[in-house]
Design a binder for this molecule. Structure first.
Ligand SMILES: [Zn+2]
Length: 319
């Protein structure tokens, strides 16, 4: 069945075990962090990552797929420290997390040149290490699939076709980016069974989600705890209906938790908790609240739990 690249090196796919498919051990803007390093507390970030990953481990999690790409502060040395200190495997990606902006560097180079950078991360290693990317990441958000976003999607697609690496695409159901993202991947000849459209669970529009599933991709119900996009009970109702309709093999359940994130000043988090924008957002919410609720509804059992949290990530990662 082959191996999967992790920050600790290649691992037999059968060893991946219980997997969280979308979590971030740290999320920050690498240019701000490079220019004003004193504004960041590296030790506090490490402590937060160790705490979050350690908590997931107590629920049996053995592997975490971390889709932190360019502009999310991807740092495979930091990831390796977290993996080594917790004993939980981390899987790294390559790609660009942009809703539109591209640096001049990539604006003035073509799609194939961009793809070549991604391929080098997959085949050679990331940031001067021998840690290889196991998958590709791109994003479309409120601005939709802009020209720059399309360029990144095509580069990601070509790198996938060249290397066989799977793709995870951040999407925004509120502006229905998913179908266009899928269309681009199809035009580029990507194997759709290796594509994951993230954040579909921000919507409870079953027709929209099933339309994506029908195109052969995995869909992410992967932002549990981010109530500002959709509340947990609505996310669960959607998940339950998708499971009743027999889609267990296409669902990815996760939290998109960021052990630390620099998007807001530190005092914002308690406000988000108080006003209900986030609720119990963590790397353990799905095990503590979501799976028990889905079991209660009778839509998930040990077998489908294994399908979602073990087999689906493994199948997506390996051809
Ligand atoms: Zn994410």
């Amino acid at each position: 069945m082959g191996t999967v690249e992790t920050v600790q090196g290649p691992v037999d796919v059968r060893e991946l075990g219980l997997t969280l498919v979308h979590e971030h051990v740290r999320f920050r803007d690498e240019s701000v962090a490079a220019q004003w390093p004193g504004r960041y507390d590296e030790q506090a970030e490490l402590d937060a990552a160790l705490e979050a990953v350690g908590a997931a481990k107590t629920h049996g999690v053995r592997t975490i797929i971390d889709p932190t790409a360019m502009f999310g502060g991807r740092d495979v040395r930091f990831m390796k420290r977290v993996a080594e200190e917790t004993g939980v495997r981390l899987v790294a990606c390559t790609g660009i997390y942009s809703y539109d902006y591209l640096p001049h560097y990539f604006a003035n180079r073509d799609v194939d040149a961009m793809a070549e950078h991604f391929i080098a991360d997959i085949e050679g290693g990331i940031q001067g290490t021998d840690i290889k990317a196991a998958f590709l990441k791109c994003a479309a958000d409120a601005a939709g699939v802009t020209e720059n976003v399309e360029k990144i999607h095509r580069a990601v697609a070509r790198a996938s076709v060249t290397t066989g690496a799977p793709i995870m695409a951040h999407s925004m159901p509120a502006v229905a980016t998913g179908p266009r993202q899928v269309e681009i991947f199809k035009e580029e000849g990507v194997n759709m069974s290796r594509v994951q459209i993230a954040h579909c669970g921000d919507s409870d529009d079953l027709d929209y989600i099933e339309g994506l599933i029908d195109s052969g991709v995995y869909v992410g119900l992967d932002r549990y705890g981010l109530e500002m996009f959709l509340a947990i009970d609505k996310r669960n109702a959607t998940a339950a209906e998708l499971l009743r309709r027999g889609h267990a093999q296409r669902l990815m359940i996760s939290q998109d938790f960021c052990a630390s994130i620099d998007w807001f000043p530190p005092e914002a988090t308690p406000v988000f908790e108080a006003n209900g924008a986030i609720r119990n957002w963590s790397m353990t919410l799905v095990f503590e609240e979501v799976v028990p609720a889905l079991r209660e509804l009778g839509v998930i059992d040990d077998e489908s739990f294994n399908t979602i949290f073990v087999e689906n990530p493994r199948r997506w990662l390996t051809a």
